[in-house]
Design a protein around this ligand. Structure first.
Ligand code: TMP
Ligand code: MG
Length: 300
């Protein structure tokens, strides 16, 4: 096996969890990331179950939506309706036999239904803060260190989420992880003067239109037009194209976290992501790659 990849895997130390379909391609990507260094790098990461953990101590963790769906501070009627939506649509999201095109109309129905329930429940900013503090939404081990390290090396991080921006920002604040290098593109709740959610900012971002959303945010990518290389981190096929807005893309390393329905979904992630991390609740692999890139002299 080629040099840099072997070193990365040694430092990561968890080879069994790391599946790579084309090691030669990954080696070439790593070589370019390393030789171009941090000044050419940007990081684009999904939030739910990518930056955040999928489980801890044998129990599932919360997504942005899950925080509200499971909170005793929300009315029972909200929780029941949200659960019914989740049970109907989550299986469709992960169904490896359906195409993305077949899934999209269902995902839009799910999002619209879910956003309407939050508006009906008149959820407030203040309640969101309380719910986040007591929730089981946790960042992956070493994720805060990686964000801090990237901030120290002036590498921009885009958190690109089809969850809820206001909620994920609260989680980042709680973890003291909202560093100046972090930007968020997500669905944002809009509030009235009483602090109640009355609508959501348009256009809707769902898990399978992140490619279009990237192109709808040209300013972000224009500002980073000299950063052609990227780490693209996700847990869903819909996260693969989060880098569509990058100018003249160079080396893109797509790292997929395989969390749920591992056997059924392995082929799909393995065939599409450059690296698949199987049930790894840490950001250690991203840490090793980030340090490998940033330890290089900054190119002029
Ligand atoms: P993301 O991980 O791409 O940011 O997508 C958000 C996740 O949120 C996606 O996996 C589906 C999930 N979700 C819920 O858990 N409940 C909901 O009500 C909705 C609309 C999405
Ligand atoms: Mg996700």
């Amino acid at each position: 096996m080629a040099d840099i990849l072997q070193k990365v895997l040694q430092e990561y130390g968890n080879k069994d969890k790391c599946k790579i379909r084309d090691p030669t391609k990954v080696e070439a990507i790593l070589q370019k990331l390393a030789s171009d260094g941090p000044s050419k790098l940007q990081v684009i990461t999904d939030f739910d179950f990518t930056l955040s953990r999928f489980h801890k101590d044998g129990k599932r963790c919360d997504s942005c939506h899950g925080i509200l769906d499971h909170s005793p501070l929300m009315p029972d009627s909200f929780r029941e309706k949200a659960k019914a939506l989740y049970e109907k649509y989550y299986h469709i999201e992960l169904d490896h036999k359906m195409t993305v095109e077949e899934k999209i109309p269902h995902m839009i129905t799910w999002y619209k239904g879910s956003h309407n329930l939050l508006i009906e429940a008149q959820v407030t900013k203040q309640k969101i803060q309380e719910m986040v503090l007591t929730s089981r939404a946790l960042l992956r081990d070493s994720a805060v260190n990686v964000l801090s390290y990237l901030n120290d090396h002036h590498v921009p991080v885009l958190i690109f989420s089809a969850g809820v921006g206001n909620i994920l920002e609260e989680i980042l604040h709680r973890e003291k992880a909202f560093f100046p290098n972090v930007e968020v593109i997500s669905n944002y709740m809009l509030f009235n003067e009483d602090g109640e959610c009355t609508s959501f900012r348009e256009p809707l971002i769902h898990m399978f239109n992140k490619n279009e959303t990237a192109l709808d945010n040209p300013d972000y990518f224009q500002d980073l037009k000299n950063r052609h290389n990227a780490l693209v981190l996700g847990d869903s096929i819909g996260d693969l194209d989060m880098g569509s807005g990058i100018h003249n893309p160079g080396a893109l390393l797509r790292i997929g976290f395989l969390n749920d329905k591992i056997d059924e979904r392995m082929d799909s992630l393995y065939n599409n992501f450059d690296v698949v991390l199987v049930d790894d609740q840490t950001f250690d692999f991203v840490n090793v790659v980030s340090r490998m890139v940033c330890a290089q002299p900054v190119s002029k």
